[in-house]
Design a protein around this ligand. Structure first.
Ligand code: NI
Length: 207
């Protein structure tokens, strides 16, 4: 091996190590590590919305409690009902360990999702779910804080009806008693997995 080959080899190895160093910590960040890193993952933030009883509710009302925050809409045919069912099942599994955890469903479709409709909708799953809606601006502020994407879907060709769909991110955000992000769950998470993870986290404070 000549000198030139050795240098090229060394540069390639360094390059691969750099790529590995960039990607390995991102594969499965441990929630406790995520919390420990300053300024990491600024997911969450203030919201000022209306609950199913017509009361003004802000994020500050939930300080001291954990939150499971999920954005969606009541006309959703699949992801929203499945996720709310999964959350309700997790509460059935988790029992008293989940008493200090508030499930919060925030509409991305305030045009149709009035507080009354939101209230009726969550009763299909679990009456403990706090259902929030509000002005378009208030929803936008809440969604931006959680980095949630949503928009009204384009109509399919030949679709002349008034009905419309909303596209939206489907993650469930698990937030701590201080309002800080702990972790999030994908729509594929099972009720058992969610209950186990939440119990693991809340057992520190419930002990
Ligand atoms: Ni949905």
């Amino acid at each position: 091996m000549n000198r030139r080959t050795m240098i090229i080899g060394a540069v390639m190895v360094l390059g691969m190590l750099t790529v590995l160093a960039l990607y390995i910590p991102g594969i499965r960040p441990e929630p406790m590590q995520v919390r420990a890193v300053e300024g990491e993952a600024a997911i969450g933030g203030p919201f000022n919305l209306i609950d199913q009883n017509g009361a003004a509710v802000s994020d500050l009302d939930f300080r001291g409690k954990y939150m499971l925050v999920f954005f969606g809409f009541t006309h959703c045919p699949d992801v929203c009902p499945l996720t709310l069912r999964m959350i309700a099942d997790a509460y059935a599994i988790g029992g008293p360990m989940l008493e200090n955890v508030v499930p919060i469903f925030i509409s991305v479709d305030p045009e149709r999702d009035t507080p009354e409709i939101m209230g009726e909708y969550v009763m299909n799953f679990d009456p403990r779910i706090v259902a929030l809606t509000g002005s378009a601006d208030a929803i936008k502020q809440a969604a931006n804080g959680y980095r949630v994407f949503y928009r009204r879907a384009a109509k399919a060709e030949g679709d002349t009806g008034d009905d419309y769909m909303m596209e939206h991110s489907g993650y469930v955000y698990f937030m701590g008693p201080d309002g800080r992000y702990i972790t999030h769950f994908s729509p594929k998470t099972t009720a058992q997995e969610l209950a186990a993870r939440v119990r693991q986290e809340t057992s520190y404070t419930n002990r």
